[in-house]
Design a protein. Structure first.
Length: 382
């Protein structure tokens, strides 16, 4: 849904008291909507006031409503929502709003023990059980807001700097960005689910801390990808620094979900080169994911990430035991829109990876291999 200057007539439902939520208003008594506005429809409970305070602290503006049909008819609905499944008409409202695509990114709250199938079918992005943890809700809202900001930022870059770029190219770039953040996003969601289950089945302090640390790592990975891709699209030169290639390889491998594939890191731990740590991590993670895609369906999948020095260069190679790249296609592998994955590929992944490496003063090559494929990232050695 396009976003003209938006407003929504204020209507406080019986389930939400005026003192529990703060919303930005004009002198005329209407809410001014922005990308941090959140439509709220919650039944009373002791978890409501803490949620309101946490949202306000993190910059979200609550828009409480009681008349859902009026909000829908106005056409001015926030992009974010927290809806209680017990509220009459809430799921039908969500289903109608998202009938032609995800316009409203909604967190649907469930009663203890309630199944989430109806909420997911209605178009919920996430579900959380009452009573709500304010921290969990805010974290989910931040994630949904970040997704929207990423799409908007990429669209604005093309609109302002490359007005002649065709829509298919924009869609392909967005698909590539989605490919980059899918794994860490899945990891973060799985960890949040684990923490939620820990309410009923308490975890040890060590396990809980490990889950939180892994979630932070995944979210930082998403943040790094957004920053790096934005820099790449806009042409902003990355900041070069002395980079520990082994540490980069470890973080990149940790960010990928292998699905019964053995991923091995080998070589020399002391190798350092000139690059940008966040951008290089993104490069290696992309190459590892491509290797996993290439070995899909094989009985014994194996990916080897090797850190080494050669010819005065600091190198990271990613090798798989898949079918490899046919000789006739090796010259085209770095061409835009060329892909061996069929409909699963955009043909831009390796293009963006190669461009990222070149912006760090390095090169990306497809090396000779008797079996599988081996891609080498070659940077200036320190």
């Amino acid at each position: 849904m396009e976003s003209p200057p938006q407003s929504l007539n204020k209507s406080l439902p019986p389930s939400v008291h005026p003192h529990e939520f703060a919303a930005d208003e004009t002198d005329s008594g209407v809410f001014q909507l922005n990308d941090s506005s959140v439509l709220l429809l919650l039944t009373p409970g002791p978890d409501v006031a803490p949620l309101a305070a946490a949202m306000a602290e993190e910059g979200f503006t609550a828009v409480p409503v009681s008349d859902l049909p009026a909000a829908e008819a106005s056409g001015y609905v926030p992009r974010l929502a927290v809806l209680d499944s017990a509220s009459p008409g809430a799921l039908d409202f969500l289903r109608r709003i998202n009938a032609h695509g995800t316009t409203l990114q909604a967190i649907v709250t469930l009663a203890p023990g309630e199944r989430e199938s109806a909420a997911i079918a209605a178009g919920a992005q996430l579900t959380l059980q009452r009573p709500l943890s304010a921290q969990d809700v805010v974290l989910c809202l931040q994630r949904l807001r970040a997704q929207h900001e990423l799409v908007t930022r990429t669209r604005d870059v093309f609109d302002s700097e490359r007005p002649s770029v065709p829509p298919p190219l924009i869609e392909s770039v967005l698909a590539t960005i989605g490919h980059e953040i899918r794994n860490p996003l899945a990891a973060a969601l799985a960890n949040v689910e684990c923490l939620r289950e820990g309410i009923e089945h308490p975890q040890s302090d060590e396990d809980r801390k490990g889950t939180i640390d892994d979630t932070v790592l995944a979210l930082r990975r998403i943040q790094d990808v957004m920053t790096a891709v934005s820099s790449l699209v806009k042409g902003t030169p990355p900041v070069l620094e002395k980079v520990d290639l082994w540490s980069v390889a470890e973080r990149a491998v940790a960010s990928v979900r292998p699905h019964e594939t053995r991923i091995e890191i080998a070589g020399e731990r002391s190798i350092r080169g000139w690059g940008n740590a966040a951008l290089l991590e993104q490069v290696v993670a992309n190459l590892v994911q491509n290797a996993l895609d290439a070995t899909l369906g094989m009985d014994k999948r194996h990916v080897l990430v090797r850190v080494y020095a050669a010819s005065g260069e600091a190198r990271i190679s990613v090798r798989d035991n898949g079918p490899g790249v046919p000789a006739a296609l090796r010259q085209r592998i770095f061409e835009p829109f060329f892909t061996t994955k069929g409909e699963r590929g955009t043909g831009l992944g390796l293009v963006l990876v190669r461009h990222a490496v070149s912006r760090m003063g390095g090169t990306l090559t497809l090396g000779p291999s008797e079996r599988g494929a081996v891609f080498r990232v070659r940077l200036r050695s320190i």
